[in-house]
Ligand binder design. Structure first.
Ligand code: C2E
Ligand code: CA
Ligand code: CA
Length: 776
């Protein structure tokens, strides 16, 4: 708390100081204006010439003394370089004042040249001024520019220096003979001495202007330097101006040289300590404006001087005119350079902005649009017309990374990107939205989604060459085509739907293309429903039973229990989808136990004396608890074990066949039979038949369809013969027509299942079903 109070007080004090310095600034400006007014009154002829001369001398002396006092007072409180440069300034002014004093007391009347010691003091003062400028230049521009000055900036600085030199030279040249009369520094009658001093003055002006232009805003003493440079330039030009006015015969010309009074005043201000200011709004930074206008002040001053010169009827000598023409040309060149640099900068800025915009909207690896740009295009497409959104996720991409390293993976992603781009139109968008995920927006297309999916699959079919190996890429796709009659979806909705469809496909297998329907999203809620039921029956869940019949008379010998679920929103969900969702959520065992229980209970209470087939996930074969569960359930319902057949449904390959075999053997030991479901499709293969002691196989319904019935018959016949020899029963699944039934029967198959014999139905409907069957 105390700390807080302290810092508050600190801040308040800082504010007060800032106010003081603000009022200080106003006071200083007021003083400048007051002195200026006094100088104007003094020159206006209100009092006698001698008095005016005295007033001018007093003012000059006062400002000079002010520099000495302020400089010494401030320097005494400081150390290091801050003290050094102030003391040097004090020394400069001291030299100058000493020179003036000597001249004042030794001169012969108004004007009058000065004695040698005075002239020496003037020279020393000018040299000291150069030393001060050099010292501050080292602080303000030395130590290396962060970016280095570019060519344009160097050229501009050089031109500024030359323009300053020319304008001062013009002034010095116009000053002419006046300079030799002693009214102007160094108050010598010798042309050589005056010329030498003028060169020193010129160096001061050029150095002041150049350093002021290059002084970096973040360096200390910037404001001090600007005031100092301003003061020095004011003194030096006023001095020449005085000589000029004398030459052209302007009355009281010396009184017009305000710079000799105001210059020291500025220098006195320059002595005051300033706080280094953080970068601020350039518009409010006086120094910024000073730097901006400075290069043109010499140019402007020369123009005024010329106008004055011509108006009072004076001639311009050819050197001066040449100098002026050169100066004008240089300023024009400077303008061109600055404008060119400006436009280059603008162009660079524009390019950088474009690059940034591209980076924001594109994937750095493939250069394809990213998710952000896709969403924007999707937003634009919504409501404009028909479109299809497709998510493409590469299957087993991780293996590519493992095998070829990330560089190989990256290369493959680029190649896949190129392939996909070739199979879409100009106006379509292909985006990379994640590691191995792409999205395609087909805009304005009336093609059905499955046709588009097929096109993509074909595009990816040819192998890709990575590091000298050829790789086949398969992809899972999720497709969305919004229904024009539904309320407009958002791009987020569509992206989620595409994602849901793609994952629904991934759960079932690889190389899938799933078109979005609302139930897909709901199926993932099944695990929640199952969990909430806590071992009971979830809402909307029930079983349907499909008969297994004997051939050729189609007498039912068994019933297969098939799960059904209506989601809370009323959508009927496909068993494949919700069973996979339960397995994925780790609730497969819970589902199977629940189905087993319910099926046994329903069969017993319906009083149907048929064998019961129940589907179980392959993963159940890894659990000892499952066998005990089966035993308990049978006992509870009073069923004999040989009334139960467990169908092993495969969603993932069985990992440990030996373990699975011993599980099956244990189930067999208690009298329960085991069937291999969907034999001939997916993972269920001859290896399983070879390793697992099953009593039954169910031939996948995919095998029962095909253009050549002879081939089908041959296939069934071989499997039946093989199974016979192994002592395994065969059930032909998916028999929908009498032709199929006779084919499989001819092949030796004695058991069948399919819509021809009856669809899955609730247990209550089975009594009538049995009547229908027995009537055939
Ligand atoms: P499955 O065990 O192979 O079940 C046979 C599927 O084929 C059932 O689909 C059935 O309705 C369908 N079907 C039967 N006859 C015909 C026919 O003549 N033509 C055609 N086109 N289809 C026929 P359903 O009920 O959709 O079940 C799909 C899969 O879901 C099942 O395949 C099974 O793998 C799984 N499943 C169903 N219920 C359960 C369950 O209680 N537990 C477990 N673990 N899986 C289940
Ligand atoms: Ca089955
Ligand atoms: Ca099956």
């Amino acid at each position: 708390m105390r700390h807080h109070g302290k810092s508050c007080r600190g801040a308040a004090r800082g504010e007060r100081e800032a106010q003081v310095s603000a009022t200080g600034g106003q006071l200083r400006l007021g003083l400048v204006i007051a002195v200026l007014l006094l100088l104007l009154v003094n020159v206006s002829g209100l009092w006698s010439d001698t008095t005016a001369q005295r007033v001018y001398a007093v003012l000059q002396a006062c400002t000079g003394i002010a520099v000495l006092i302020v400089g010494l007072a401030v320097a005494s409180r400081l150390t290091g370089v801050a003290r050094t440069w102030r003391l040097l300034v004090v020394a400069t002014i001291l030299c100058q004042t000493v020179g003036e004093a000597i001249w004042w007391f030794t001169r012969g009347g108004t004007g009058g040249t000065a004695a040698a010691p005075a002239i020496a003091a003037y020279f020393l003062a000018a040299l000291l001024a150069l030393v001060v400028l050099a010292l501050l230049a080292r602080i303000g521009i030395g130590g290396g520019h962060p970016h280095g000055l570019d060519r344009a900036a160097r050229a501009v600085a050089a031109i500024d220096g030359v323009v300053a030199a020319i304008s001062f030279a013009i002034l010095a040249m116009l000053a002419g003979v006046g300079a030799l009369t002693g009214v102007a520094l160094p108050r010598s009658g010798s042309t050589t001495v005056v010329a030498a001093y003028s060169v020193l003055e010129l160096m001061v002006v050029v150095a002041a202007v150049l350093i002021a232009m290059l002084y970096r805003p973040d360096r200390p003493y910037r404001t001090n330097f600007m005031l100092l440079a301003g003061g020095a330039v004011a003194i030096v030009t006023s001095d020449r101006l005085m000589a000029y006015l004398h030459t052209v015969g302007v009355e009281r010309g010396d009184l017009w040289s305000f710079g000799l009074v105001l210059g020291p005043l500025l220098i006195a201000y320059a002595m005051l300590p300033t706080k280094p200011r953080p970068a601020q709004d350039p518009d409010r930074d006086a120094m910024y404006w000073a730097q901006l206008l400075l290069p043109y002040s010499g140019f402007f001053g020369t123009a005024l001087l010329f106008a004055f010169h011509v108006l009072i009827g004076q001639q311009l000598n050819p050197f001066v005119v040449c100098g002026a023409v050169t100066m004008v040309s240089l300023v024009a060149v400077r303008q061109v350079i600055v404008m060119r640099a400006q436009s280059q900068l603008t162009q660079r800025l524009y390019d950088a902005q474009q690059r940034l915009a591209h980076q924001v909207h594109h994937d750095p690896l493939t250069g394809l649009p990213n998710r952000l740009l896709l969403s924007e295009r999707l937003d634009a497409a919504i409501g404009r017309g028909p479109f299809v959104l497709i998510f493409v996720d590469l299957d087993d991409f991780k293996e590519v990374n493992d095998r070829f390293g990330h560089a190989g993976g990256d290369e493959l992603l680029c190649l896949v990107g190129n392939r996909l781009r070739r199979c879409i139109g100009e106006s379509d968008t292909l985006a990379r939205i994640g590691g191995d995920e792409f999205a395609i927006l087909i805009d304005g297309s009336h093609d059905p989604p499955d046709v588009i999916a097929d096109r993509i699959r074909v595009a990816l079919r040819d192998p890709f060459a990575i590091h000298g190996s050829s790789i086949r890429v398969r992809a899972s796709m999720g497709l969305v085509r919004p229904n024009p009659d539904d309320p407009l979806p958002t791009s987020d909705d569509l992206l989620r739907q595409a994602d849901v469809s793609m994952y629904a496909g991934k759960r079932v297998g690889k190389d899938t293309a799933v078109i979005y329907r609302p139930s897909l999203g709901v199926s993932t809620d099944f695990p929640t429903a199952l969990r909430t039921a806590k071992g009971g029956i979830p809402d909307g869940f029930r079983l349907a039973y499909q008969p297994v019949v004997r051939l050729p008379d189609a007498v039912p010998v068994a019933l297969e229990a098939l799960a059904r679920w209506t989601a809370p929103n009323g959508t009927e969900i496909q068993p494949d989808a919700f069973v996979a969702a339960a397995e994925a959520a780790g609730l497969g065992a819970m589902l199977d136990a629940m189905v087993l229980n319910l099926a046994c209970r329903e069969m017993c209470s319906a009083g149907i004396n048929l064998v019961l087939h129940v589907n179980i996930g392959g993963a159940r074969l890894g659990s000892i608890a499952f066998e005990q569960q089966v035993r308990r359930t049978l006992a509870r319902c009073g069923m004999t074990p040989n009334q139960l057949v467990l169908e092993i449904t495969e969603t993932v390959p069985l990992l440990d066949l030996a373990d699975a075999a011993s599980q099956i053997a244990r189930l067999n030991a208690i009298g329960v039979k085991v069937a291999l479901d969907d034999f001939g499709a997916g993972y269920s293969s001859l290896t399983y038949l070879h390793s697992l002691p099953v009593q039954m196989i169910k031939l996948d319904r995919g095998l029962a369809v095909g253009p050549e019935p002879d081939r089908i018959e041959t296939l069934y016949r071989s499997v039946v013969r093989l199974s016979d020899e192994l002592g395994v029963d065969v059930i032909a699944e998916g028999i929908e027509s009498a032709a199929q039934a006779s084919t499989v029967y001819a092949a030796g198959c004695r058991l069948a299942q399919g819509h021809l014999f009856g669809q899955a139905a609730p247990i209550d409907a089975l009594a009538s079903l049995r009547e229908v069957l027995s009537a055939r």
